[in-house]
Design a binder for this molecule. Sequence first.
Ligand code: HEM
Length: 409
Amino acid sequence: MTETLAPEAVSVPEYPMERSPRCPFAPPQRMLDMNEVKPLSRVRIWNGTTPWLITGHEAARTLFADSRVSVDDRREGFPHWNEHMLSTVYKRPRSVFTSDAEEHTRFRRMLSKPFTFRRVEALRPVIQDVTNECIDAILAGPQPADMVAKLALPVPTRVISDMLGVPYEDHEFFQHHANVGLARYASAEDGQKGAMSLHQYLIDLVKKKMEAPAEDAVSDLAERVNAGEISVKEAAQLGTGLLIAGHETTANMIGIGILALLENPEQAAALRDSDDPKFIANAVEELMRYLSIIQNGQRRVATEDIEIAGETIRAGEGIIIDLAPANWDAAAYPEPEKLDLRRDAGGQLGFGYGRHQCVGQQLARAELQIVFHTLLRRIPTMRLAIPFDDVPFKHDRLAYGVYELPVSW
Ligand code: HEM
């Protein structure tokens, strides 16, 4: 690694930064303080290098949309999360997450078909049924009930299984292996085993769909294999990626979103009492803004010098766009610390922005809109069953959230 250390490396703040246990919904205070001064500053990461941390909303959007900003993690200066990610960079196949320009467009086209607005709208009745079934089981079961295990995890897992086209009789196997790596105390070995069985499962499934395609995401990938565009392994890799990107994120957003609503009863009442799809949609955007659960920062590297907000990002310097402070930038959202479901939260960056913005955002939105609204209506007396201070937050995970959320009613 030949990245040069900036002279001020000793005095710059360390990144990543943690949220305060006293204000668990807020972005790390240090980032908010930095953003008061300027929308981008240098931070120091694990290997001593000092990439730019982008904290401002406008600067984040500008850089997300700039073609001189690359996601290619093999480029010199790319700010890797940790040593493991750096040392395995040539072992990991290229993917939608790490490719630019035409290569990215090629991957993205293979993935986006099942996630178009039209296909997702057609899935709403399925999402509604799955949500209702989970809530029926909660109401029929003992109190308190853990909303993470009983609702936040099963809804997105079942929906993504349906979308991928996993046969119904395999749901249990599929869910089990998909969740092994997510368990709080899962060993690395367990995680590895889970990933391997899942990958093998996806390989078999791709082969089956090559023979007998249906209207689902794995069939779409199998079609590309039949057309000679990708190998079976690549198709399985893309499918596994969708599964993992598609359920842990949404599950965390559901879990911590329920908690945020319980802590803001007036806002929860407004959402419960509304029948206006536009209000419900905006409420989810505001929850996405307020909670900004992706907390590792979106990693990039500059391929040319870029002038922005009075600074110059030099070619080869790393860039980390952190969504949480950008979504709490008072220049974009007055009183950002208030959860206000009536504010226009349309420009929130929780799904990223520009060409790498989330492929699954329409699906995630549909799930969140249905789950929050249905839950508030069907269990209006829901309350937290433990003191707020005892709620276990996921400070150490890529997607922020809660490990469990016991509620009574
Ligand atoms: C609340 C739930 C979700 C959140 C907060 C979220 C967040 C994000 C963010 C911030 C990015 C941008 C990454 C970047 O710019 O580097 C992203 C990309 C992506 N997301 Fe999501 N996501 C969610 C749900 C989903 C779902 C349901 C799927 C699929 C089933 C999915 C699949 C993807 C994929 C494939 C990309 C890569 C897109 C690209 O690089 O072109 N996500 N997501």
